[in-house]
Ligand binder design. Structure first.
Ligand SMILES: [Zn+2]
Length: 423
């Protein structure tokens, strides 16, 4: 049996190593899109795990699977990494704990004060693209296991770490693919922690879902001076958009009791986000395409959302006499797990070693947690990691070193608790 303080001390001793590891990791530009340097990122992580005694496996996604999801970017290889370490004791029958995180980052863009891929440490913060979202999460789970082993905890059962790509573009060829291939399943996983940046002071229990799609109103071209010969697709779309406006009110009344943060996001929603039509000021347009972003609360399904859209299209068709077409871009089902599941309670207890209070949250967006909860059917799965949500995707992104250290301690202590190794 180990005292928590020994684990915390072992993390503190590693602070400089954690920061150094993170700097090297962030220096590998893994921007997605397009999916740059995944092989190099995967090798860096494979080496890091092999050095620590994990059995590692590189999981490259077959080209045809990549082309299915990302037809424009199938020339970039998609490479994920899985490492597993089993307990050494003869009676190593403890639980199987799985940490997962993504190592792709969103494009840095312009306007940074310094090179986003030459991370610097200043005023207790590490600056660089991916420091918060979410290379520090991967660093934390790796060093958490180092620390608890250094403190004398045998990883009874097993610890698996998966590091995946393409989360920023839907995760289908990252964690989605690993789940599909059985790397995360109820057979090999008792507890799963997705180490995305949600602040070291709280856990995240789930996320809303999303459905992105285009609707096109059809019409007939004509010269503007003989408009009666044509059928104006823009005006047909106007009818459809009016229906979407009313539908939005209905969705806002469809609320959830879950602690979605911010509270304004505790409902379903739809927004028109792009509009495209027309050729010239003197041509009646035969086509008008609007793009929509539909957000789903837990309890809704993507299929029910699709049906509602189809009904609105039918109504607009009947009212205008125009044809309407639907084209889907991407979807993610909502996901959530109970606040009182074991892994949630264990992490909450340990967070309270560092903070006076903590409240679980549910993410307003969607992330890779859904693959584990919905597709693999693992309810013992939370999101917990260092990094500040408001630092994700911004210019001059940073992570406070204190954040990483605290999250690493919580992960180490919680893992030891789940393994039944603490006093
Ligand atoms: Zn992320």
């Amino acid at each position: 049996m180990v005292r928590k303080q020994e684990i915390y001390d072992a993390v503190d001793e590693r602070e400089d190593d954690i920061v150094e590891f993170l700097r090297e990791f962030v220096a590998i530009d893994t921007e997605n899109p397009p999916g740059r340097n995944y092989r190099e990122g995967a090798e860096f992580l494979t080496d890091a795990m092999a050095d620590r005694g994990y059995d590692t496996e590189t999981v490259a996604v077959p080209e045809d699977v990549v082309a299915d999801h990302y037809p424009d970017r199938s020339d970039h290889e998609r490479v994920n990494v899985v490492g597993r370490k089993a307990g050494e004791a003869e009676d190593a029958d403890g639980p199987d704990v799985h940490f997962t995180g993504h190592f792709d980052v969103v494009p840095a863009g312009e306007d940074w004060s310094d090179d986003p891929y030459d991370p610097r440490v200043e005023d207790g913060r590490v600056y660089g693209r991916g420091t918060s979202d979410m290379k520090s999460g991967i660093a934390a789970s790796l060093f958490a296991v180092d620390a608890l082993e250094a403190a004398g905890v045998d990883v009874r059962g097993s610890v698996t770490q998966s590091m995946t790509v393409d989360e920023e573009t839907g995760g289908f060829t990252g964690l989605g693919y690993l789940v599909e291939e059985g790397y995360v399943s109820t057979e090999n996983t008792d507890y799963c922690v997705y180490t995305e940046c949600f602040d070291s002071s709280r856990i995240c229990l789930g996320h809303r879902g999303v459905l992105k799609f285009h609707v096109t109103a059809r019409g007939e071209k004509a010269h503007g001076c003989m408009a009666h010969d044509g059928a104006n697709a823009v005006m047909a779309m106007n009818d459809f958009l009016t229906r979407i406006d009313e539908y939005e009110d209905v969705l806002h009344d469809r609320t959830t009791d879950l602690p979605v943060t911010p509270p304004e996001s505790r409902c379903a929603d739809i927004s028109a986000t792009m509009l495209d039509a027309g050729y010239s000021e003197n041509v009646i347009p035969d086509r008008c395409t609007a793009t929509f972003y539909r957000v789903l609360v837990p309890g809704e399904t993507v299929e029910s959302a699709r049906e509602e859209i189809r009904t609105l299209m039918d109504e607009a068709e009947a009212a205008t006499g125009h044809g309407f077409d639907y084209e889907e871009i991407m979807f993610a089902e909502p996901a959530s797990v109970p606040e009182d599941c074991t892994v949630a309670r264990t992490y909450t207890d340990n967070i309270l070693d560092f903070y006076d209070e903590t409240e679980p949250v549910v993410s307003p967006g969607s992330d890779d947690q859904r693959f584990v909860v919905n597709d693999a059917g693992i309810e013992e799965c939370i999101v917990y990691g260092p990094g500040l949500l408001d630092q994700a995707h911004v210019v001059d992104e940073y992570v406070p070193v204190e954040e990483i250290v605290t999250a690493t301690k919580v992960m180490a202590a919680s893992t030891a608790d789940l393994m039944g190794a603490t006093e």
